[in-house]
Design a protein around this ligand. Structure first.
Ligand code: IMP
Length: 430
């Protein structure tokens, strides 16, 4: 009864969509288990680029069914737009293939308005959220005031629930943020319209997955965001409001640990982050510009969801070891190795220095984390273009050495290496 989990090891944007796409040809179901349209997963097939926010990346394959699990938060407007866009491009995304958990929570325009208002109010202390209403929707879930997707096939109840919800949020928007608030009737009407279209997609997701596992169907749990954005294991408070780690996959899908086979951690060959918060190996100036790219290519380091320039830095093996531990990673997929071509030397952070002492773990205390200094190991770079490599033996010695070093420093085998954005630009060593 195999279930494999793909998670991000860093601050998101590691290329999970890409790796999911790669593995999707071998599975029957691809399931998202956390987050919402704050995620941006890019899959490149030939000349076509698919940017997905909510629907699992497996949808662009003809084979697997796709599930948005109970741990996700769903903005119906975004979901419907994504479904329509896929269908227009000839990708089957009807209820036969795509399923939405009845237990997933709905994001409303009031959540989005609150997210924006809170961020504005934080001023210089802003988290740098994606402004998609993610935090407020999960806050309502945990305070037991949320709207579950199951309401999508009960339009009358949904309309009343949405109106109540908007009225309550309006009180907050007015009292705390001096805003006018939203029109409850108009928001409810919009949601009833989405319900007519999306009600057909609802499933009892835990039962759906359990039945599939009993029939020996293979499932891939597709993570969003990354380990360091996890509410508990990330750089709190500069995190998202869900659990993008492997434990979150179990809760977010309603399956037990016994079914898990592989936990694949996706790591970019360097590190990136969007939004605020500590980043020990962050680079600036010319070096940063080189890693980030100009933005002319869709795979340069600019946010898929927000378009923001990502912060960039060297690979941090302390972070990778943290990710290996909290996720129980069985292997690593190293992405974007080609971006490191052309550097004379490449640094990898192997430990931190904290107040004059060397530490080899990722501190959870934010103030400690602000004070750490990276301890680097300098490795020889390579000048060759590696985008045509399809086997490890095709790579220059220095690039192979880099991969071996990542495996050794993280204590985890590297089984997949991507050397370009296209589907076939990959080296498998599984
Ligand atoms: P939120 O998830 O919109 O609340 O944003 C919280 C933090 O997580 C911010 O720093 C965002 O930039 C970051 N974040 C959320 N989703 C992603 C993602 O898919 N990739 C990278 N960063 C993300």
């Amino acid at each position: 009864m195999p279930l494999d989990i793909v998670v991000g090891t860093q601050w998101g944007d590691e290329g999970k969509g890409r790796i999911t796409d790669l593995l999707a040809s071998e599975v029957d179901i691809v399931a998202r288990f956390s987050g919402g349209d704050n995620a941006g997963h890019t899959v490149t097939i030939g000349d076509e680029i698919f940017k997905l926010h909510l629907i699992p990346s497996g949808i662009v394959h003809s084979r697997p069914e796709c599930l948005i699990g109970n741990g996700a938060v769903v903005n119906p407007q975004i979901l419907w737009a994504e479904i329509e866009n896929l269908q227009e491009r000839g990708v089957e995304a009807g209820p036969q293939r795509l399923k939405l958990s009845r237990h997933a929570h709905l994001i409303t325009p009031a959540h989005v308005a609150l997210d924006i208002a809170r961020e504005e109010n934080r001023g210089g202390e802003a988290i740098g959220t994606t402004l998609r209403g993610i935090g407020p929707a999960y806050t309502d879930k945990t305070s037991r005031e949320g709207l579950r997707a199951t309401l999508l096939d009960q339009p009358e109840e949904l309309a009343e629930a949405v109106k109540d919800h908007v009225r309550q949020k309006n009180e907050v928007l007015r009292a705390l943020y001096g805003q006018e608030g939203l029109d409850p009737e108009a928001v409810a009407e919009g949601y009833v319209n989405y319900a007519r279209r999306l009600g057909r997609y609802l499933v009892e997701s835990s039962i759906y997955l359990h039945t599939a596992l009993q029939k020996n169907r293979r499932i891939l749990a597709e993570g969003a965001q990354g380990t360091l954005l996890d509410l508990d294991h990330g750089t709190y408070p500069f995190v998202t409001s869900s659990y993008p780690t492997a434990g979150g996959a179990l809760v977010g899908l309603g399956v037990g640990p016994g079914v898990v086979r592989h936990v694949i951690g996706v790591a970019k060959a360097f590190t990136t982050r969007v939004g605020s918060g500590p980043f020990p190996t962050e680079l600036h100036d010319e070096q940063a510009g080189r890693l980030r790219g100009t933005g002319d290519n869709p795979w340069d380091e600019y946010g898929t969801t927000t378009g923001r320039a990502r912060r960039v830095g060297w690979l941090d093996a302390v972070i990778l070891r943290h990710a290996v531990r909290v996720n129980g990673l069985t292997e690593l997929a190293l992405t974007k190795l080609d971006v490191l071509s052309g550097w004379d030397e490449i640094d990898v952070c192997v430990a931190y220095e904290l107040d004059g002492e060397r530490i080899d773990f990722f501190p959870s205390d934010q103030q400690m984390l602000e004070r750490v200094r990276p301890v680097y190991r300098r490795l020889p770079g390579w000048i060759q273009d590696i985008t045509g490599a399809r086997r490890l033996a095709d790579l220059p010695l220095q690039a192979r050495h880099y991969i071996d070093f990542v495996a050794e420093a993280s204590g985890t085998p590297v089984t997949i290496v991507s050397v370009g954005p296209a589907r076939e630009q990959v080296i498998w060593d599984r």
